[in-house]
Ligand binder design. Structure first.
Ligand code: 13P
Length: 262
């Protein structure tokens, strides 16, 4: 690990109305301690971002959008742009497999959203990952290569340090089956992702870009992923809706850092 801050992201997906989200945030405020090397990010639904932004203790949490439209403004009924989110969020999840699979978002859509986020001073959390069939066919590296190269094709070498990549194998996400990935099996994938960045932007960029893991992470198993060489945090779905489990993930990160993972 380098001296990058470990990133723990809660993706609440399409769950929690405004009052439920407010209660969960309240509980997390009580339970989570500030640690200078840990950054805790909450990604609630679009509707809830505004009220949470008023309630949130910014020393403890940052906000992320789960999605946005790649155009800054215009006649796109029902959409919200990154420009509109600029004052509300630090991060935006881009290219999540649920967006790619349920909403048919293409590699190019993801590329345009990455560019739109950066243009609006929002850090994209670019999600990449192979499906179960691709995994079985040993196509993981090719899939990740295509997803990463396309998504970053409009990202300059000065912008790359602001990108976060989340490796979420589709087959490990609870939505799509939730098979547990063994940390030792996916460690080489982290190396591969960094190699991609190194090839595109050089060794310095490959070091600073944060790479996260996501896929059925909970408080019991988070540490196994956080200990992977080159893993800079986790992106949590289901378990992030439970304050006890999510705070437990932050606790194990805290413990691991205090034990001095180097
Ligand atoms: P689960 O933790 O529910 O598997 O979801 C992972 C995810 O999709 C986070 O973005």
């Amino acid at each position: 690990m380098t001296n990058k801050r470990t990133l723990i992201v809660a993706n609440w997906k399409m769950n929690l109305n405004t009052s439920q989200a407010s209660i969960l945030l309240h509980r997390l405020h009580e339970r989570i301690r500030i640690h200078r090397d840990i950054e805790v990010v909450l990604a609630p639904s679009m509707l809830v971002l505004q009220p949470l932004s008023v309630q949130i203790d910014r020393r403890k949490f940052r906000l992320a959008a789960q999605n946005a439209h790649h155009k800054d403004e215009g006649a796109y009924t029902g959409e919200v742009s990154f420009t509109m989110l600029q004052d509300l969020v630090h991060y935006a999840i881009v290219g999540h497999s649920e967006r790619r699979i349920y909403f048919n978002e293409s590699l190019e859509d993801t590329r345009d959203k990455v560019a739109a986020a950066l243009r609006n001073d929002i850090t994209p959390i670019l999600c990449v990952g192979e499906t179960e069939v691709e995994h079985k066919n040993k196509e993981t590296r090719q899939v990740l290569h295509d997803q990463i190269v396309t998504a970053l094709s409009n990202v300059s070498s000065s912008e790359i340090k602001d990108i976060v990549i989340a490796y979420e194998p589709v087959w490990a996400i609870s939505t799509f089956g939730g098979k547990l990935a063994k940390p030792s099996d996916i460690e080489p994938i982290f190396e591969y992702i960094r190699m991609q960045i190194r090839e595109l932007y050089g060794p310095k960029a490959a070091k600073v870009v944060r790479v996260l893991y996501g896929g059925s992470v909970d408080d019991q198993i988070a540490r196994g992923y956080l200990e992977i060489e080159g893993c800079d945090g986790v992106l949590v779905g289901g378990a992030s809706l439970n304050y006890h489990k999510f705070a437990g993930i932050v606790d194990s990160t805290y413990k691991m850092l205090n034990e001095g993972k180097s």
